[in-house]
Design a binder for this molecule. Structure first.
Ligand SMILES: *Cc1c(COP(=O)(O)O)cnc(C)c1O
Length: 396
């Protein structure tokens, strides 16, 4: 299998940024035009009445958050740190989720005018206290972990025992609690269930069903439904050619929006789909060597910067960016048409970005560029393990 992307085509602006980067090259490059293009593509596909938020945890670089806040309806945040970022980005709507909010974070959410996704009855009681102390009435949506709802994709977060949300059986009690809490105003439900689903038709089906359920449960429990948030989960195929069919997804949302009461909005909050294609991770080959019959390309970088392939156990595709200059007074290590394992600078055999990938030619001093690194790349990695310097963060 070839390690190089078909055509090897890197955008000229990315190549330009990497040619000007510090040596040895170790950098993330983020492209704001790509972020805006992804957002526009999703916006064009979904029906009016559907709000689009960006889930900040996918990539919290301020330039990324700022670019998406400017073109979407708002941001979804899951910590006090992300909340502060969203406020400074000037986001329209801010919604705040996550299973472990502190009182300080709840106070910050109230001060920011955020809508809070409440994850338990106990959290609802704490939010009510905090809101009343601030003289506020906070809009809340109860995050529900529904029974028996499973979708394809990774990172299933609902339909089975997870720490996310309120068990469907306990929902009537939580709704009663909300009704008796003057500091909160229950507006609807949050139903994020899965990540990286590539089946757009199935995902739209999940959304339509989530809306039907929300309308029915609101009728039954006497909730004036204003808000149904179906989370993110729109997938990206890192190793194959599959694409999430946004047009089919958007078309599938039309009946879902039509089934909502007129005052209610449907909210989708993707992270990966918006940010993945807008980031590249690049690292220079420091050494090339053959050990026990395998070729290793050793990078100035690794999984402490880009953990996704190690976390998910796949080989991330890359492009070789040839670097012509060679300053040493001895021969340049090189391989031609061999399979290489691409490893990082950490002292652990798990620091592997790709295994057994064919390269037409690779030399020490060339740069490997990993595309689709804009979501869950830097943000999920163990930056200070071994205390190597961090990569440059270049924004186009
Ligand atoms: C992670 C997360 C998202 C975004 O998920 P993607 O798979 O990146 O689209 C949205 N909502 C919640 C609650 C999340 O935890």
């Amino acid at each position: 299998m070839t390690g190089e992307l078909a055509g090897g085509g890197l955008p000229a602006a990315v190549v330009g940024a990497l040619r000007a980067a510090d040596r040895p090259v170790c950098a993330y490059v983020y492209d704001r035009d790509t972020l805006r293009e992804r957002a526009a593509r999703l916006r064009a596909a979904v029906p009016p009445g559907c709000s689009l938020l960006y889930a900040v945890k996918a990539n919290g670089h301020p330039a990324v958050v700022g670019a998406l806040a400017a073109v979407l309806d708002g941001l979804e945040v899951a910590s006090g740190g992300e909340l502060a970022l969203a406020v400074s980005a000037g986001a329209g709507t801010v919604v705040f989720g996550g299973p472990a909010k502190t009182d300080a974070e709840l106070r910050a959410a109230v001060a920011a005018g955020a809508l809070v996704h409440v994850e338990s009855g106990h959290e609802l009681r704490r939010l009510d206290l905090v809101a009343r102390a601030a003289g506020a009435r906070v809009p809340v949506a109860v995050r529900v972990n529904r029974a028996g709802r499973r979708l394809a994709g990774s990172h299933t977060m609902a339909g089975e025992a997870t720490p996310f949300g309120v068990d469907e059986e306990q929902l009537p009690a939580v709704v009663r609690l909300a009704r008796g809490s003057p500091g909160v105003r229950l507006v609807g439900f949050h139903l994020h269930a899965v990540s990286n689903n590539l089946d757009a038709v199935a995902h739209a089906g999940f959304v339509a069903e989530a809306v039907r359920w929300s309308v029915a449960v609101s009728d039954r429990l006497g909730v004036a439904l204003e808000y149904v948030n179906v989370g993110g989960g729109l997938g990206v195929d890192y190793t194959g050619g599959a694409v999430f069919d946004v047009a089919a997804f958007g078309a599938g949302l039309v009946p879902a929006v039509a089934a909502l009461p007129p005052a209610a909005r449907l909210v989708v909050e993707p992270g990966r789909f918006l940010a993945a294609d807008a980031g590249w991770y690049a690292a220079e080959v420091l050494d090339l060597k053959r050990v026990h019959g395998r070729w290793f390309a050793v990078l100035r970088g690794g999984t402490h910067h880009f953990r996704l392939p190690a976390a998910w156990g796949y080989s991330h595709p890359f492009t070789v960016l040839p670097v012509p200059g060679w300053d040493y007074p001895f021969e340049r290590p090189r391989v031609v048409d061999v399979d290489v394992d691409v490893v990082g600078e950490l002292c652990t055999p798990r620091d592997v970005l790709a295994r057994g990938r064919r390269v037409a030619r690779l030399r020490a001093g060339d740069v490997l560029v990993f595309g689709r690194a804009g979501a869950y790349g830097w943000d999920i990695s163990h930056h200070d393990f071994l205390r190597h310097p961090h990569p440059q963060q270049l924004v186009l």
